[in-house]
Every structure is written in C-alpha cells, then in structure tokens.
Unconditional design. Structure first.
Length: 166
C-alpha cells in the first residue's frame, strides 16, 4: 500500500450555501481522520458550467472521491457521476417540503452506468459519507487504514454495556 498524494483527496460539493450546515459533518469526520479535502458550491441548475468543469477535471486534480450533497430535485450527485469516473457519494439534504425524501429518491434512482453511493438523509448521512470516503481511501493508504480502525474502535468503546439512569 502507498500513501495518498499530497493535496485534497476528497471533494465535498453542495448545491448551495445552505447545504453546508449538513455537509460540514463530512468535513468534520475527514478532519478527525486527517484526510485533505476541498469544499465547493456547485449547483446542477444554477452553475452547470461549474459542475461540468469540476467533474471533468476531478481526475487530473487527483481527487479520489467526491461527496455531493443536494436537496430538493438533488440532481448534483447524479450529474457529477455522469461527468467523472471518480466515485461519487450522494448525501440527500433535509428539505422542508418533503423532509428530504424527495432528495433521497432523486439520488437513489440513477440509470445504469452512473452509480452514486447514497447515504441517509441529513447530517448522519453526511457523516457517513465522510466515513465511506475514508474507507475507500484506506484501501490505498495503510496509515489512514490504521486511523480509521482506531476511530471505529473508539466508537465501539464509547458504547456502554449496560444502560444507566443518568
């Protein structure tokens, strides 16, 4: 195994500034595990040229994974998957109208040829997206694999064996 290249290995993208409240959870996990990332606002509908460029240049910029969060129609993860061979992890952002179910269905229902690994709705999904990205990267990086194993061990150790009245 080798160490990943310098520079960001993960791109965290979102459709709007308001999505950052959710997508920040992916960044928190990547920070905890010492994984370099970049963050960008890339709207499938309002900045399609930005989306196109980001996807088409992801490989040459040496991104290894893209985490894409979007709400509502949530076209960002699927459109990104259509523009790059870099694995895309989709995070449905909670919406007021349909509680994020619309986003979830949109990200899940990709046609053959454009896979998106889809997480749960909202902040828990964003955190798991960070962990999924770490797991993908750990396949190539033994030091990261050890940090991820230690993180998981610490999580397990934090769960009590018996309930308390506290």
């Amino acid at each position: 195994m080798t160490t990943l290249p310098a520079g960001p290995s993960v791109g965290i993208i979102m459709g709007s500034q308001s999505d950052w409240a959710t997508m920040r959870e992916a960044a928190v996990l990547l920070d905890e595990l010492g994984i370099a990332y970049e963050t960008r606002i890339v709207s499938a509908h309002r900045t399609p040229d930005r989306l196109w460029t980001y996807g088409k240049t992801a490989v040459e910029r040496r991104l290894q994974v893209i985490i894409a969060g979007a709400g509502g129609a949530a076209h960002l993860p699927g459109m990104m998957a259509s523009k790059t061979r870099v694995p895309v992890i989709g995070v449905p952002v909670l919406t007021k109208a349909l509680s994020g179910v619309d986003s979830l269905y949109s990200i899940l229902q990709m046609p053959k040829g454009f896979p998106v690994a889809t997480m749960a709705i909202g902040a828990p999904g964003a955190a798991n997206a960070g962990l999924m990205a770490a797991g993908i990267l750990a396949l190539q990086d033994t030091a990261l694999a050890a940090r991820l194993d230690a993180w998981r061990d610490a999580l397990s150790a934090s769960i009590p064996e018996e309930p308390s009245d506290d």
